[in-house]
Design a protein around this ligand. Structure first.
Ligand SMILES: C[S@@+](CC[C@H](N)C(=O)[O-])C[C@H]1O[C@@H](n2cnc3c(N)ncnc32)[C@H](O)[C@@H]1O
Length: 265
């Protein structure tokens, strides 16, 4: 019997933590990078960088030779409303973190997806993450425009495949239409994450890919889904515990400083 014990359960502490609907998929994103070791990664829709920096951290931790591009106007859309001031500071925050930790292999492209398209050759991208505007029309366009850029056997991630927050969320509908046409796997936790493998010789092999795409046993797929729900919860609890510990240390330190001040007077 083999036991699936990926890197997220062994040595993963997210370096970057911000409010994001992607939070539930962080351990999976970290493990997927290690599993497929992409040469070229493109993300459409980065905002505060939760998904993107998960990928970057895994690339760095596992010493993988990847070039990454994050494409976003950092101006928001109807579903990710950003005021002008926020847009500017969110971009600056992401830019700073990128420069500090991932300079040399990760690049931010502040532009429309349609403008970035011409930068990439057909059949070149090993991992494409689509997380832009979530209407049916927008996600259909993003998928159709970028699909030719993905290598045969490459992986496409689609975020928000179960989200129905407002009436014009439509990734779920698009997912229903396409998931049966490809090797695919769906996480239904959080806002949902869909994984698609473009037909062709796979860019990677390994246990995670076997479990998602090649296992004939529905039970194993269910176990994989449940597994990542637990790992995400564990990482979230660790984050809370660290926060509490830091707050406690800070208050002990403050009390010590107050005590010393008192002694001086
Ligand atoms: C849901 S957010 C991305 C969330 C991010 N992946 C995370 O981990 O939290 C969507 C982003 O896509 C960007 N966006 C939407 N449509 C776009 C387009 N056509 N071109 C460029 N950026 C776009 C918005 O500016 C927004 O920052």
């Amino acid at each position: 019997m083999s036991i699936y014990l990926p890197p997220s359960t062994r040595h993963f502490e997210p370096k970057w933590s911000k409010m994001s609907a992607w939070i539930d998929h962080v351990p999976f994103g970290y493990d997927l990078i290690e599993a497929i070791r992409p040469k070229l990664l493109v993300e459409l829709g980065t905002h505060k960088g939760v998904s993107y920096f998960t990928f970057c951290q895994s690339i760095k931790d596992h010493d993988i030779d990847t070039t990454c591009y994050a494409v976003d106007t950092w101006e928001g859309d109807d579903h990710a409303t950003l005021t002008e001031a926020y847009a500017k500071s969110d971009y600056q925050m992401v830019h700073r973190h990128n420069q500090q930790h991932y300079r040399g292999f990760s690049y931010l492209m502040r532009m429309l997806f349609s403008e970035a398209l011409k930068t990439f050759a057909d059949d070149s991208i090993d991992l494409l993450h689509i997380d832009g505007y979530h209407t049916y029309e927008a996600v259909t366009d993003d998928f159709n425009n970028w699909y030719p850029k993905v290598k045969p056997g490459g992986i496409i991630l689609l975020h928000d495949i179960v989200a129905r927050i407002s009436s014009n969320f439509g990734v779920w509908k698009f997912w229903e239409e396409i998931s049966d046409k490809y090797d695919s796997f769906a996480f239904a936790n959080g806002f949902g994450l869909g994984v698609i493998r473009k037909p062709g010789k796979s860019v990677a092999k390994g246990e995670l890919l076997d479990l998602m795409f090649d296992s004939k046993k529905a039970e194993e797929k269910e176990k994989l889904r449940a597994f990542y729900v637990h790992v995400a919860k564990k990482i979230d609890l660790q984050r809370h515990a660290r926060f509490i510990e830091l707050t406690r240390e800070k208050s002990i330190l403050n009390r010590a400083v107050d005590f010393l001040k008192l002694k001086k007077t």
